[in-house]
Design a protein around this ligand. Structure first.
Ligand code: SAH
Length: 220
């Protein structure tokens, strides 16, 4: 393992373990999720200047006006996705720096991730490669379209908040599948856990959250 991945001081395994204790105190209880977060170096997903802050419970800038989601929200969304069963195929909307992608890739067999900002996607792909995670499919697209070629998905997780749940995501969810998504205008967003059943969709509102907006179109 490279020295950068291994980390020292504020980026060491011990700092990561303190983050895990904090997540437990905040109510995260899925041991599978906590184990992969203990095992994944979060500091390599942010700029070197911010590495020492990577394990604080906060969102950090990753460039292009975007942020890496705070550890609590990554843990919470992953836990909600895996709550009833571990999905085999998951679609992630908003790759960002790829940290959430890495956590998912260690828990489910196939992850497809889409991002509308090309340089972020490219960097995330390089970082995952550095961590030897090679099972993820990447696409530079507007996640509002989902990824129809690989549908249906047993799990879909969105890291940006639309005003309303995009129809394509509901359609691309398998029966029995789970969609975890923040919904609402800035300053008034709630995390939803939506389950597709034979008859329709069950929509559970989880808690108030703060996410970057879900934007349409792509940028180069
Ligand atoms: N889990 C990521 C979160 C990044 S922030 C991380 O921890 O790094 C959310 C990301 O969603 C941003 O990179 C943003 O560009 C992307 N995004 C916003 N709207 C999108 C859309 N319609 N399609 C694809 N990606 C989108």
């Amino acid at each position: 393992m490279s020295r950068r991945i291994q980390g020292i001081g504020m980026t060491s395994r011990r700092t990561r373990e303190r983050m895990i204790s904090r997540l437990r105190q905040q109510g995260i209880s899925d041991n599978k999720v906590l184990a992969v977060m203990a095992d994944t170096p979060r500091h390599i997903f942010v700029d070197e200047a911010l590495e020492s802050r990577a394990y604080e419970d906060t969102a950090l800038p990753i460039g292009h006006n975007q942020t890496i989601s705070q550890p609590y929200i990554v843990a919470k969304m992953t836990e909600l996705l895996l709550q009833s069963a571990v999905p085999t195929k998951v679609l992630e909307i908003g790759t960002g720096c790829g940290y959430q992608t890495a956590i998912l890739a260690k828990l489910v067999s196939q992850v497809y991730t889409v991002e509308r900002i090309a340089p972020l996607m490219k960097k995330a792909r390089d970082t995952l490669w550095e961590l030897n995670i090679k099972t993820v499919g990447f696409k530079h697209t507007d996640g509002g379209w989902g990824w129809p070629e690989h549908a249906p998905f047993e799990g879909i997780l969105a890291a940006a908040a639309p005003a309303e749940v995009p129809e394509a995501l509901l359609q691309q969810l398998a029966v029995g599948g789970v969609l975890v998504i923040p919904v609402g205008q800035e300053g008034k967003q709630y995390l939803h856990r939506i389950v597709r059943t034979d008859e329709g969709y069950l929509d559970e509102v989880i808690e108030r959250v703060t996410f970057v907006p879900f934007l349409s179109g792509v940028t180069g």
